[in-house]
Design a protein around this ligand. Structure first.
Ligand code: SAM
Length: 363
């Protein structure tokens, strides 16, 4: 690594030793903003670049710097998510059915404000909606105002676990609406947020939307999926040690983009009732292969139960879902024989789901 005289190497980052010489307030804020970016302090970088823009007559000068910080703070999936009509309509129908006059609503994870706006439109007296990323919360506030619901909706720029009744919410909420689910359901810390909300922020008989969810797994044969997370020989060289750096847990990708052959039918591995505390769990699941073959990966997806007759899923057959699927490649390919029952372990620690094949085949 070549460092200039003004740079210093830490474990993994190159950080300017001192702010680049700054001549005026905007240059100083710019230099500190760049330093914050290199330290991965993106909220601070955003504030500093914005301050640089305010201090500078030609605000447009810092648009790209501000956008660099925004890109680090706001994942691209927000756009695909907001344009996922099936998701939006399922929530819209469930909220229209569950929320009405006289009710106070808590929406955890505002994003651009969709669920809060749907709740207000459905007649809620008041909606408190929270968002952990300041710049996203500020934009949601603008969207709420633009759509004429500023009187009904309060956007709080904080994590739900930091909210207090009497401070952020006038009283405990009658309804909780939320969509803080990743492709395998738990990865965005949904369970701790729901548990905290039930204890601290909701009435004892509050409606929780979604009220439950199921998680499914299916083993597939697919050398293409295997090659996303394993390496062997490359141009005559042995690259296999690099496989020690492969992911042990699932990653998000669309199963339909890869050649694959399902070997088992989908099996339910977990069922979550969001009205109850949910402890980490592990259990053995039985499956009967519908085909013989070599399993390279397990594909997982969820089904949310939003209200009577209204479900939402990111199953592989749902090609339009912005969520894609959770794919966990197996450390070793697993031979499965048609109609010969097998068992595997499914576990979750409240945030991450893991599937582990067991070698045994029940007698
Ligand atoms: C998947 S998006 C959903 C946005 C919006 N509710 C919708 O359905 O269009 C989740 C958002 O919630 C935020 N978030 C996740 N967990 C949160 C929490 N516990 N408290 C506040 N915000 C949270 C994330 O930063 C993200 O912007």
């Amino acid at each position: 690594m070549n460092l200039t005289a003004t740079e210093v190497a830490t474990d993994s980052l190159v950080i300017p030793r001192e702010p680049v010489e700054a001549t005026g307030p905007s240059e100083k804020a710019l230099a500190l903003g760049n330093e914050a970016m290199s330290r991965r302090q993106y909220e601070r970088a955003y504030d500093l670049f914005s301050a640089a823009a305010r201090a500078d007559a030609g605000e447009r000068r810092f648009r790209r710097e501000i956008n660099r910080a925004v890109r680090a703070l706001v994942p691209r999936w927000h756009f695909g998510m907001m344009n996922d009509a099936e998701r939006n309509q399922a929530y819209a129908r469930a909220i229209a059915r569950s929320v009405g006059a006289g009710q106070s609503v808590l929406d955890i994870g505002t994003g651009a404000g969709l669920l809060a706006l749907l709740s207000a439109r459905s007649g809620a007296d008041h909606v408190v909606t929270c968002e952990g990323v300041d710049v996203v919360a500020a934009t949601a506030r603008e969207i709420v105002e633009r759509n004429g619901y500023a009187e009904t909706i309060t956007v709080v720029s904080r994590l739900s676990t930091e909210l207090r009744v009497g401070v952020d919410l006038p009283r405990r909420a009658d309804v909780l609406v939320t969509e803080i689910f990743d492709c395998a359901l738990l990865g965005e810390f949904a369970l701790p947020a729901l548990q905290h909300a039930r204890r601290e922020l909701l009435t004892p008989d509050a409606t929780i939307l979604p009220r439950s969810a199921r998680l499914f797994a299916q083993f597939v044969e697919s050398t293409e999926l295997h090659s996303l997370n394993h390496v062997g020989e490359v141009e005559g060289f042995d690259f296999s040690p690099f496989t020690s750096l492969s992911s042990l847990e699932y990653f998000s990708t669309a199963l339909g983009n890869y050649r694959h052959r399902p070997l088992t039918d989908p099996v339910e591995i977990f069922r979550f009732d969001f009205g109850q505390d949910i402890a980490p769990a592990a259990h053995t699941v039985a499956a009967v292969p519908a085909e013989s073959g070599t399993a390279h990966a397990v594909v997982m997806w969820f089904e949310l139960d939003l209200a009577d007759g209204i479900t939402l899923s990111n199953s592989p057959s749902d090609r339009g879902s912005h969520w894609k699927q959770a794919i966990q490649t197996l450390p070793e390919p697993w031979r499965l024989n048609k109609h010969s029952p097998v068992e595997f372990r499914a576990s979750h620690d409240g945030q991450r789901v893991l599937v582990s094949p067991t070698i045994t085949t029940p007698g």
